[in-house]
Design a protein around this ligand. Structure first.
Ligand SMILES: NC(=O)c1ccc[n+]([C@@H]2O[C@H](COP(=O)([O-])OP(=O)(O)OC[C@H]3O[C@@H](n4cnc5c(N)ncnc54)[C@H](OP(=O)(O)O)[C@@H]3O)[C@@H](O)[C@H]2O)c1
Length: 307
């Protein structure tokens, strides 16, 4: 089928576009720069220069598409992550961009929209499993995610198939923050934000991309895209250390991250998220069952790349 992707030049898009092409789909993708357009072409997609906020331009680009996959975001980098004002552009993309995508999809008669979201919208659940019916939380940096989810539900309300994908913590070669954590682990510095017994639910970028492909056949609704075995933060640090073969001599910021409250809550809260609904709705299953296998693959992949 013909699929239009926004955010195709990002970390997840860099895996999702080739996965869609490999699955036999004709992929068009939003490009904001010539470098982005070249990267998309190299992956077998057709770049389209259009603004995410230009409804008419988007509707033209969506012509004849059976699905639109909205992966656009602008998360602040590690250095500015805790500054709430650094999230404004990301909120705008998720709030106004998702609304424009849905309006354009309706105008172009596209039957299906997939919208990225994150599993960090759930409330802290301690060691209890979380499914899609579990309560969500409205904290400041989740505002954009809730708005984007609302856009997808509006699309469903208009008669289309709106699918929300709540991704766990991305990792893999190409995800800047996980490459930084792995570089620290090689220097024997462990990263842990929050309590050591809190859970973290992750997803390897390759499995996130396969989930995007599988979601093209899912019914309207919200789905968690996480691996099979969420781990405690203590084990998450150990999995990273094991992948690079270095025992950490220092680990942080630990419980001190809790002092920043809402600014770091997406990283400190305990999230033991289940992927059961999406597995049974789509037949998808993650290749990397947990970060133990996934970080090992990522370390091998980064070792294989010179420089
Ligand atoms: N969820 C998590 O697990 C988590 C946690 C911490 C950090 N992160 C970081 O967040 C990133 C998540 O991956 P991602 O693929 O969602 O993000 P990303 O790698 O930052 O890519 C964002 C995508 O959205 C596009 N975009 C940005 N602004 C846009 C605009 N105004 N209009 C249209 N498109 C726009 C970008 O295009 P351009 O290429 O043109 O810029 C790019 O294609 C990773 O880099 C990761 O390191 C994720």
């Amino acid at each position: 089928m013909r699929v239009f992707v926004t955010g195709g030049t990002g970390a997840i898009g860099g895996y999702a576009v080739p996965a869609l092409v490999a699955a036999g789909h004709e992929v068009r993708a939003l490009a904001r720069s010539e470098a982005g357009a070249s990267a998309l072409r190299a992956q077998g997609a057709t770049p389209t220069h259009v603004s995410l906020f230009d409804r008419n331009g988007l509707a033209e680009g969506f012509d004849g598409c059976a699905a639109v996959v909205n992966l656009a975001s602008a998360l602040p980098g590690t250095a500015s992550f805790v500054r709430l004002s650094a999230w404004e552009e990301c909120h705008r993309i998720r709030r106004e961009g998702s609304a424009a995508v849905v309006d354009a999809a309706i105008a172009a008669d596209v039957p299906r929209v997939l919208q990225e979201s994150v599993a960090m919208v759930y409330a802290d659940s301690g060691d209890q499993w979380i499914d899609e019916e579990s309560p969500v939380d409205h904290y400041p940096i989740a505002a954009g995610n809730h708005a984007a989810e609302a856009s997808a539900h509006r699309f469903t309300g208009s008669g289309g198939t709106g699918v929300v994908l709540r991704f766990g913590l991305f990792y893999g070669a190409g995800a800047a923050h996980s490459e930084q954590l792995m570089a620290l682990a090689r220097r024997r510095i462990g990263f842990r934000a929050g309590r050591p017994d809190a859970y973290v639910s992750s997803i390897h970028l390759a499995d996130a991309a396969d989930a995007v492909v599988s979601a093209l056949r899912a019914e309207s609704g919200t789905y968690n895209i996480v691996d099979d075995l969420p781990v405690t933060k203590r084990h998450h640090t150990a999995a990273l250390a094991g992948a690079v073969g270095r025992h950490p001599v220092v680990t942080g910021p630990g419980r001190a991250a809790l002092l920043l409250g809402a600014r770091t809550t997406s990283l400190t809260r305990s999230l033991r998220v289940s992927n059961k609904r999406f597995r049974s709705a789509s037949g998808w299953q993650p290749h990397y069952a947990s970060v133990w296998e996934g970080y090992a693959q990522m370390a091998r992949r980064l070792d294989a790349v010179p420089g």
